[in-house]
Design a protein around this ligand. Structure first.
Ligand code: NAD
Length: 734
């Protein structure tokens, strides 16, 4: 198998073409790197070669490093992983540096061979780091192409010279969006930013690169940082302007990451320290920090959950083997907040939608919701007038169930009331084909109970969206007792069409996501009732990587919803109901009309425009803060274990059947500390033995809700990890 081919033209320009066999997008592997190295050696050694163009035979240049290679780097690095990783990264630096120096005399900087990169399309990660080592970067004028270094998004940073080269090329300030935020640009914007050198018509790409190679002079191929008197644009750290940049960047990184994402901090350190030393030493520093990040279990856990496993689930890792179930006509019942959102995402994905509500104006309001989202997109230049008309043209807003004729999927999102739901189920089933699948978007009612209203329970399923539908990427698919494989496949194919990420779970109270998130909120509220400072609760959550503290979260989702859920749960559980202390606080706030953000009053105080001012001062009066406060870690353990124990129980109970879904679902569904890779990954990082120890102590101090699950105890006694124990099960293989 070859990844790169080599050919020498009559004009003396060698063309190295990247074309990984069997893949639509080039990705770099270690073997590929070795091949590239060999071709560079050939070109530099052959006196007939005047210069080189590196390009791709595919429509894009490259998507980056093969993520599976990155995820395994630590394990593959040998008995001394730090040394193995560092040596591996230095090998890459060696190859790229060889390209950059291109055989020139290191003293006179003369005699090197010009090497240009010609990018037909997207160039990401190592797919841009390689061009950055070349002497000139040409990109085809392809507005769809994305150029950038997205490594930070997967919990690492550009470690093949991208960090050092981009910061030296643009200066720390201008490099920040590309390195720290992983900003991607089209070729023209990338040229304007100084990331690449030329944008040329696609058909001229190779010719222009060749011409440049043949006309380049010695001085054209010396990088600024290799020339005498190089100064970092915008100033190095000890320059007054540079000093300001680095101080500001450090504060910004800490503010954004709360110190829990190791990559951003390491990246900044690599840029800062690298700026103080010569280029080759800077590369070594970059390699050391990269090794540091790769050795942190957070990076591999994030890559595993957020990329490898997320993609596996999107590609149907748990899809039953039935024929394609692509949705052609969707019926949405209930045009409220959820129904309107579902209608929009489906129409946007090209599906014909009938949006039904009890009254025409309600149905119209639902369609207007889609119009609002599209209009916003138009303002930002992301949506054309044609596209808007096309998407809206796919939505029929009506009260007439007859319009559902021929629909192959229904998603019901009417009031959370079994009677109302039963009514619309019967009405829809009277019209739709016998093969159509009926899905409910209920968030609390058991699917198997709602299925009783259906004449075809095998075709009845839960498709649980999260709010706001257009932004939240997770969709929870719930199998009822009688749900058949075709319905599951239909739901999965629908989720694929609307480009979201599915998890498939079995039917139980609150399914998976809400089952874990409710104890998190409750634990936060419980602490307030105990006299723990509310600010400590909120900050502890943020500092462990939760996007919102539990009190802010309940304000956002609304306190009256919390009251409703508490009442329903109490009714279902009777004497076993454990959350009386929580309800006291929740009900008291609701009684005072403090319903959260929607009423501009909740655990937080808000200004007239809805801006959050800070924790409500009345809280301290009702629940005085104790003189002695718990340690930060104790609060964090309570907040995290409240969630992860529920995830483990969901696995024990068979609600979850695949830990990958548990991890991916947690991060996408409620933002569970993404740095950890999800609840199961976090427990693996912690180690089952230590987790049991903490659980036992929490149980002794705070009660039975922290009881160690038998599964975890068994794993601790056997020294097992979740990913060691579960991912190899044949039924769950991707
Ligand atoms: P909503 O009150 O905003 O919308 C419900 C809509 O259903 C209203 O427009 C109402 O007019 C319509 N409706 C009621 N009875 C009807 C009938 N007989 N025929 C046709 N239309 C009827 O509620 P929502 O927040 O959109 O929630 C809808 C469903 O989604 C509920 O089951 C809820 O539990 C679930 N859900 C809500 C959220 C959330 O965050 N709001 C998240 C996930 C799931």
């Amino acid at each position: 198998m070859t990844d790169f081919t080599y050919s020498l033209g009559d004009d003396g320009v060698a063309i190295i073409t990247w074309d990984v066999t069997g893949k639509s997008m080039n990705v770099m592997s270690l073997a590929g790197f070795a091949e590239l190295d060999g071709h560079i050696d050939t070109a530099l050694a052959d006196s007939a070669v005047k210069g080189v163009v590196i390009t791709s035979a595919k429509k894009d240049f490259a998507g980056g490093m093969d993520l599976n290679v990155i995820a395994r780097m630590r394990e593959d690095a040998g008995a001394e992983p730090a040394k193995g990783l560092f040596d591996g990264v230095m090998m890459m630096h060696g190859v790229l540096r060889k390209i950059e120096r291109a055989g020139m005399d290191p003293k006179t900087l003369k005699g090197g061979k010009p090497i240009a990169a010609a990018l037909p399309g997207t160039a990401l990660g190592i797919g841009l780091e390689l061009p950055l080592a070349c002497h000139r970067i040409f990109a085809a004028d392809n507005p769809k192409a994305k150029i950038g270094l997205p490594e930070i998004m997967i919990g690492i940073f550009p470690g093949a010279g991208g960090t050092t080269r981009v910061s030296r090329k643009l200066g720390a300030m201008a490099a920040a969006p590309f390195l720290l935020e992983g900003k991607l640009s089209d070729p023209k914007s990338a040229k304007n930013a100084g990331l690449i050198d030329e944008v040329v018509p696609a058909e001229d790409l190779l010719t222009r690169a060749r011409e440049w190679v043949l006309s380049a002079k010695d001085a054209d191929i010396v990088k600024p940082w290799d020339a005498k008197g190089y100064k970092m644009p915008g100033g190095a750290p000890y320059h007054p302007a540079g000093f300001m940049t680095f101080v500001g960047a450090s504060a910004m990184v800490n503010g954004k990451t709360q110190g829990v994402f190791p990559a951003a901090k390491a990246l900044l350190a690599a840029v800062y320290e690298g700026a103080l030393v010569p280029f080759d030493t800077a590369l070594k520093i970059e390699a050391r920090w990269f090794t540091n990040v790769m050795l942190n279990p957070s990076s591999t856990a994030m890559i595993r959950s957020l990329f490898i496993n997320k993609e596996a689930l999107e590609k149907g890792a748990n899809r039953p083997g039935v024929p394609d179930q692509t949705v052609k006509k969707l019926g949405v019942l209930g045009a409220g907040m959820m129904g309107a959102g579902i209608a929009y995402v489906a129409a946007n994905a090209g599906i014909e939608v009938v949006l039904i509500d009890a009254a025409q104006d309600a149905a119209d309001r639902g369609k207007a919701h889609a119009e609002g989202i599209l209009a916003k997109g138009m303002k930002r230049g992301k949506v054309s007038a044609d596209k808007m008309a096309e998407v809206l043209g796919r939505i029929t807003a009506t009260t007439d169930y007859a319009a559902l004729d021929g629909a192959d999927l229904i998603v019901e999102a009417v009031f959370e009331d079994p009677k109302v739901k039963a009514g619309v189920t019967a009405q829809a089933e009277a019209v739709i084909p016998a093969t159509a699948v009926f899905a409910t978007n209920t968030s609390t009612l058991p699917i198997s109970d709602l299925a009783k209203a259906s004449a075809r329970p095998a075709n009845f399923i839960g498709i649980h969206f999260f709010s706001p539908v257009d932004k939240m990427m997770l969709v929870e698919i719930i199998r009822g007792k009688e749900t058949g494989d075709v319905a599951v496949a239909k739901a999965l194919d629908f989720v694929r069409q609307i480009r979201k990420t599915p998890i498939v779970v079995n039917d139980a109270r609150f399914f998976y996501a809400n089952r874990c998130i409710i104890p998190y909120i409750n634990e936060g509220i419980r602490m307030v009732a105990e006299g723990v400072a509310p600010a400590l609760v909120e900050n502890a959550a943020r500092l462990v990587g939760m996007p919102l503290g539990p009190l802010q979260l309940v304000d956002e989702t609304s306190i009256d919803l919390g009251v409703k859920i508490a009442k329903a749960t109490r009714a279902a559980m009777g004497d076993a109901y454990p959350d009386g202390a929580v309800d006291e606080v929740l009900f008291a706030l609701a009684d005072q009309g403090r319903l959260g953000r929607k009423s501009n009053a909740g655990f937080y105080a808000y200004d007239d425009k809805g801006g959050r001012l800070g924790l409500w001062s009345g809280l301290a009066e009702a629940y005085p803060v104790s003189d002695t406060q718990p340690e930060l870690t104790e609060v964090q353990h309570r907040l995290l274990f409240a969630q992860v124990l529920e995830a483990v129980r969901a696995l024990e109970d068979g609600v979850l059947t695949d830990i990958r879904e548990g991890d991916v679902g947690a991060i996408l569904g409620w933002g569970f500390a993404p740095w950890s890779g999800g609840p199961f990954s976090w427990l693996d990082i912690l180690g089952a033995e230590r987790a049991v120890e903490i659980c036992d102590r929490l149980t002794a101090t705070y009660g039975a809700r922290f009881t160690t699950p038998a599964l975890l105890r068994e794993m601790a006694s056997k020294g097992e990890t979740f990913y060691g124990r579960f991912t190899t099960a044949p039924a769950k293989a991707a």
